[in-house]
Ligand binder design. Sequence first.
Ligand SMILES: NC(=O)c1ccc[n+]([C@@H]2O[C@H](COP(=O)([O-])OP(=O)(O)OC[C@H]3O[C@@H](n4cnc5c(N)ncnc54)[C@H](O)[C@@H]3O)[C@@H](O)[C@H]2O)c1
Length: 369
Amino acid sequence: MNPAQSSWDLLIDGKPATRVLFENGGLQQTGWLAPWVQGRDVLILTDETVAGLYLEPFRKGLGAARLVCHPVAPGERSKNIETFLEVIDRLLENRFGRDMLLIGLGGGVIGDLGGFVAATYQRGVDYLLCPTTLIAQIDASLGGKTAIDLPKGKNLIGSFHYPKAIAVDPLALETLAWPEFRSGLAEAIKYGAGLDGDFFDWIEIHLDHLLAKEASTLNELVHRCLALKAEIVSSDPRETGSRRALLNLGHTFGHAIEAATGYRVRHGEGVAVGLLLAAKLSCQLGQLSQEAADRIHRVVKQCGLPVSLPPLKTTELLPYLFRDKKNQGDHLVLILFRSLGHAMITRDFPIEEMVRILDEWPRSAWPRD
Ligand SMILES: NC(=O)c1ccc[n+]([C@@H]2O[C@H](COP(=O)([O-])OP(=O)(O)OC[C@H]3O[C@@H](n4cnc5c(N)ncnc54)[C@H](O)[C@@H]3O)[C@@H](O)[C@H]2O)c1
């Protein structure tokens, strides 16, 4: 099998829910999307940066009955209620019906926003995702989670709505800027450190190839992450149990950092520091060895990801931590390490210890390169 041209189905309750397609150069030649697109009214939701790079070749030859393109401003600032309503308006203006198809062409923001539009417009319409960032290819597109942010916190409104297909073109990563690329590596480290120790070893060994965006190594990274995610999502499609929550390792702290900085930091940057904070707390609780915590720290640093907190007071982070969706009533729930490769969900830790770690963690300004 050529891993750059393959497909498989994400199964939910034993039935195919999302087709996962890999096609090198697939954003330039979209004939492979024809089974979903042909003869339908299609809205392509994208962002201005991705539109400039890929929209023209992508829209050509799609074979839609009617095609409307809606580019939004790039980045997290578009994952909000105003942009959501703007997209809904566009659909209404064009009299799109329930048989329409939405295609999200872009990163995780477009996937989350587009998925939420698809979940809610006329009580739900079909959608496809063509992920163009590493985060979106290895994580955000698979699993049916859709959301928008509120000033009070990240992803506070959303739903589960599975795309009919996700179409991964590995070549899209070639144009991805370095800060966005390394932000995706944070999610890959999360999979290894939290779910699969062998995969963490693999990342350590192949780090130079990954940092050089070496095609076959990147392909393997994307396939391994998606396979890990598919296995977990299939067993818990709506996160009713605790296993799927393990995918949120590093995210409680990460989301708090994102929200407390007004979403001016990248998602993966917040996750990177979140992983280190979770590792530190797990060490203090006697779960994770210092040696393992040091390995995680080293890989995060080698990827050029931040290892310090941005200049925020602990008291500025705490309200966001206490609004996290995993919490049970007033109890803060965190994903911590049982050991390297084994995350656990727990509310059994002293809050004072977590606050002390946050107080003592180094701060520095994060570059916005
Ligand atoms: N639903 C989920 O399960 C899930 C999982 C992980 C992350 N997320 C969400 O994903 C979002 C982060 O995703 P992201 O980092 O992809 O953000 P993003 O969509 O904002 O993309 C980051 C930047 O990269 C640019 N870009 C995208 N593709 C490009 C390409 N091929 N070449 C050049 N530039 C390109 C975009 O214009 C944007 O400026 C967050 O909102 C996060 O909460 C969701």
